[in-house]
Design a protein around this ligand. Structure first.
Ligand SMILES: Nc1ncnc2c1ncn2[C@@H]1O[C@H](COP(=O)(O)OP(=O)(O)OP(=O)(O)O)[C@@H](O)[C@H]1O
Length: 933
């Protein structure tokens, strides 16, 4: 029997948001209670349903009209479905479950259904035995989650030939009382996914499905029926802009809208009359509701709407959905297993039917035989089923009430694919296997996702740590910046000091150049003439030293006078002559001594000359050595210019000065030796002068004697001697004397020449010594100058480089200064930012620490509770098994009814036994409270 889906429409009152947004009621209810007119400018329309419930409708009214019959159907073995559809916040949960399941007025459809189920069982005959089991699930983010065992959050959907579509592994609880079923509802309801949205403070983010399976056994004939009731509270369709969904809520909204649109597609396919394929498998929702839509189910759809103009588009959309769904046709059948008597009748009928078919086949074969033999059979004689049946055949077995063929017993499948039975079984088996695999893979995926999430968290944590390490780095950078600016300042100071040193050195260089120029000028002034003049002066001085008072010359004059006297006619006396002779002998010996002295002097002079030559050679060697040393040192210095220049220069200067001082000391010693030699020579000259003085004195004495002799001769010497002899003697003496005088003269001249030569040599030696000294000093100065010049050249090069570097540094410094100024400003800003961030961080860390602490304590508490729960779970499981796992048959409490049909609402009195409890029923099952009473 096909039956349409019952669609009722319920409007809730305008909510505060709609009023706040200026929404106006736009629904006009028809008096017949079935039509509504939407007074919307954009979406006007009139819609008709099985029933329309205005905003002020009571929960009881909705239940009584739309649901109570379904409960009876389920108890009678039909499948039933009630589902609420509508925009988010339109009152689906309010309608299905109600604000409180314990409140008699506000409790929703599901608690009322439960009440009615138990009331019906209570009212049924005692020959009927019932088991009631419930399960509660939600489809969240396109995954089936067991609300009674939320650990199972991705259960697969299976389909089997006899069971139809079912959720594999879903926890099913046997209940024997209303309180037990309420407990199950509460437990499941607490596990539901809800969230705050702009449209609803407790918006369901999942489709919830509460399933009640009622099995009944007729204890008289053994027949068994089972009905399954699906109570579905769909998640609300929503416009994310209105609900303000974001993040997880947005993701949920997307999934919700997707599965609702799949539901819409299924309804479209079922109602357009053209579709050969119904896309049940497009979503978990439509797959589970497969039997409720176009299948074996008595289905009621409650569409929940807002009456406000604020939601007119959504309301009209919902109303259109309801209108379409209204034309869906289901084929609800009783899920029944036949009793033995029924099966016997059925067998009898099957046999009769078999006979009929055999007769029909025989008639057909006879007719075919005639046709094959070329004969003809008139149309009126053609074999037909009707004729056979009219001739006493049985009616077809399919017409037996309650019988379902194998094909019929199977749940609605996708009609487009016509499969052989075996193929279909194979297909379903394979599909189930694949569904299991998908579920496993999804579980794996979820585990991976969780791992990914934890890794992401770790990454975020590490990033946060990185940001804190960035603060450290920033501090490091600040320190480095300070260090760089400090080094920069130091560099600038070094450059300034180098510049000062450079200026000083430049001044020194200028002075040295000046001195050099002066020296060169002075050297030029010391011309040959000056040198000669000096020599002459020295010679004159020396000669004056040798004959300071002109004694030798005087002596010479005296001698000449004496000789003149000899030559004169008066002549000299014999005594005078003897005395003169003696004197002359003495003078000769003195002259010999002088000659000896002069020879000694010559000898010394020669040794002095040799020494001077040696000194000059050593000086030259020293100069060469010095220059080599200097060149080498400067080359080394240039090579090691990276070393601190000033330090190296000062070291070099010290080294060179040390070498020079050693050389100077050596030269000084040699000069001292030379001076000593000169002193010795002066002493000799002094001695010579003394000798000359003695000679002078002797000459004086000789002169006196000659005078005395001349005086004696004038007083009468002539009387005692022979004049001729005397004349001869005198002549001889005169000649001798003349000869001696000539000899003396020659000797004197030679002596004087020799002396002069020697003096010249001495003077030359002295001058040479002076020159040497001067040269030495010059060399020293020049050496110093050269070294200094080289040093200066080196320093100048360094200075140039340094100046260049300094320029670059200055440029860099100025650009750095600019950058530093900018950076400083930025730094100040950043510092402020950092400070504020640090304080924020500090606060956040403190908060985090306290939260962490709280969280840890909470976690600890949760762990403890979890442990407790786990330990209790086994007990609880055992307990829930007590009322959930083990089937508790409930026997009907009403008088036995022959036809076994369910009691009507009229003969049910909910007040008869304790409401919602069936303790007595179990008693009746054990022995029957009615019978026992
Ligand atoms: N008929 C009604 N009378 C009074 N209040 C109602 C009615 N229907 C709904 N409400 C109120 O409107 C709000 C939203 O209702 P409900 O949660 O049932 O909406 P919903 O359709 O289930 O929303 P969602 O799809 O977001 O879960 C609730 O506060 C509920 O109490």
């Amino acid at each position: 029997m096909s039956n349409n889906i019952k669609v009722v429409c319920r409007f809730r009152p305008q909510n505060s948001l709609e009023i706040r947004e200026g929404g106006q009621p736009i629904i006009n209810y028809d008096d017949n209670g079935q039509s509504v007119k939407v007074d919307s400018k954009e979406y006007p329309g009139t819609f008709t349903f099985d029933r329309v419930f205005p905003s002020d409708s009571k929960q009881k009214d909705v239940f009584d009209y739309s649901i109570s019959t379904i409960v009876d159907d389920v108890i009678n073995g039909y499948n039933g479905t009630v589902f609420a559809y509508g925009q988010t916040g339109s009152g689906k949960t309010f309608t299905m479950m109600g604000p409180s399941i314990d409140d008699e007025n506000t409790k929703g459809i599901i608690p009322r259904i439960v009440d009615q189920i138990f009331a019906s069982i209570l009212a049924s005959p005692s020959t009927m035995e019932y088991t009631v089991k419930v399960s509660y699930m939600e489809i969240y983010m396109e995954k089936i989650r067991d609300l009674l065992n939320p650990v199972n959050d991705n259960l697969p959907i299976h389909e089997e030939k006899n069971r139809g579509v079912y959720v594999k592994g879903l926890f099913e609880v046997y209940v024997s009382s209303i309180s037990e079923i309420h407990e199950v509802m509460r437990r499941g309801g607490n596990s539901r996914m809800v969230a705050y949205t702009n449209m609803n403070s407790e918006s369901s983010r999942s489709h919830s499905i509460f399933v009640v399976t009622i099995s009944q056994k007729n204890l008289v004939d053994g027949s068994v029926k089972s009905g399954k009731l699906y109570l579905v509270d769909l998640a609300g369709s929503e416009k994310v802009g209105k609900t303000g969904a974001s993040g997880q809520t947005l993701e949920e909204a997307k999934k919700i809208n997707k599965s609702l649109s799949a539901l819409g597609m299924v309804i479209n396919a079922l109602t357009d009359g053209k579709s050969t394929h119904i896309p049940y498998r497009d979503s978990k929702l439509t797959r589970i509701l497969q039997e409720s839509l176009g299948g074996n189910s008595r289905t009621t759809l409650i569409i929940n709407c807002s009456p406000s103009s604020y939601n007119d588009a959504e309301t009209v959309g919902t109303l259109r959905f309801g209108t379409r769904a209204k034309s869906i046709k289901n084929k609800a059948k009783i899920n029944q297993e036949l009793s033995a008597a029924e099966l016997k009748i059925l067998l009898k009928k099957v046999r009769a039917e078999g006979l009929t078919y055999t007769q029909y086949i025989a008639a057909l074969e006879g007719e075919v035989g005639i046709w094959r033999q070329g004969g003809t059979v008139p149309k009126g004689d053609w074999a037909s089923m009707e004729k056979i049946q009219a001739g006493g055949g049985t009616t077809p077995i399919s017409s037996v009430p309650g019988y379902m063929t194998q094909q019929d017993t199977s749940r609605p499948s996708t009609p487009a694919i016509a499969l052989e039975l075996d193929e279909r079984e194979e297909f379903l088996k394979r599909e189930n296997e694949l569904t299991d695999q998908i579920a496993e893979k999804e579980a794996e995926l979820l585990a991976k996702q969780q791992m990914l999430d934890s890794m992401k968290e770790e990454l975020t944590y590490l990033k946060e740590q990185d940001s804190s390490s960035a603060v450290f780095e920033l501090n490091d950078l600040k320190l480095q910046l300070e260090k760089v600016s400090y080094e920069n300042k130091e560099g600038a100071i070094t450059v300034d000091s180098l510049r000062e040193v450079n200026q000083e050195l430049s001044k020194d260089l200028e002075e040295l150049k000046k001195q050099l120029m002066e020296m060169r000028v002075a050297q030029k002034d010391l011309s040959d003439g000056d040198k000669e003049k000096k020599k002459m002066e020295k010679m004159a001085q020396m000669m004056a030293d040798l004959d300071p008072s002109g004694e030798i010359s005087a002596k010479e004059a005296q001698l000449r006078e004496t000789l003149f006297k000899f030559e004169s006619p008066s002549g000299l006396s014999a005594e005078e002559t003897i005395a003169i002779r003696k004197e002359i002998a003495q003078q000769r010996s003195i002259i010999e001594q002088h000659e000896q002295t002069i020879a000694d002097l010559n000898h010394e002079n020669a040794s002095l000359t040799i020494k001077r030559d040696g000194l000059e050679m050593r000086l030259t060697a020293a100069e060469l050595e010095y220059e080599e040393l200097l060149d080498k040192t400067i080359a080394d210095e240039e090579a090691n210019s990276s070393i601190d220049v000033l330090e190296t220069i000062s070291e070099l200067r010290n080294k060179v000065e040390a070498q020079y001082s050693a050389k100077r000391d050596q030269a000084q010693q040699e000069i001292e030796q030379l001076k000593q030699e000169v002193a010795r020579r002066n002493e000799d000259i002094q001695k010579l002068s003394i000798n000359v003085t003695e000679l002078k004195r002797g000459n004086e004495e000789l002169k006196e004697q000659i005078e005395r002799q001349s005086h004696h001769s004038s007083s009468g010497l002539w009387e005692g001697k022979d004049m001729t002899e005397r004349e001869r003697d005198m002549e001889r003496i005169r000649k001798t004397m003349a000869q001696q005088l000539a000899d003396f003269d020659v000797m004197k001249k030679a002596l004087m020449r020799d002396l002069q030569n020697r003096c010249e040599k001495v003077v030359e030696l002295e001058i040479s010594l002076d020159e040497t000294r001067e040269q030495y000093n010059n060399v020293l100065r020049n050496s110093n100058n050269k070294a200094q010049q080289k040093k200066m050249a080196f320093l100048e090069r360094n200075l140039e480089q340094l100046t260049l570097v300094q320029k670059q540094l200055v440029e860099q410094n100025s650009s750095l200064k600019k950058e530093v100024a900018i950076s400083e400003r930025k730094l100040v800003a950043r510092n402020e930012r950092i400070q504020s961030l640090e304080s924020l961080l500090q606060d956040a860390q403190e908060k985090l620490t306290s939260q962490n602490h709280k969280f840890e304590t909470q976690l600890q508490a949760v762990r403890e509770r979890l442990e407790q729960a786990r330990s209790q779970k086994s007990a609880a499981n055992a307990m829930s098994l007590n009322f959930g796992r083990i089937a508790k048959p409930l026997r009907g409490g009403a008088p036995t009814v022959d036809n076994g049909s369910a009691p009507t609402d009229e003969n049910y009195s909910p007040s008869s036994p304790t409401k919602g409890q069936l303790p007595d029923r179990r008693t009746s099952w054990l022995g029957g409270w009615r019978n026992g009473a």
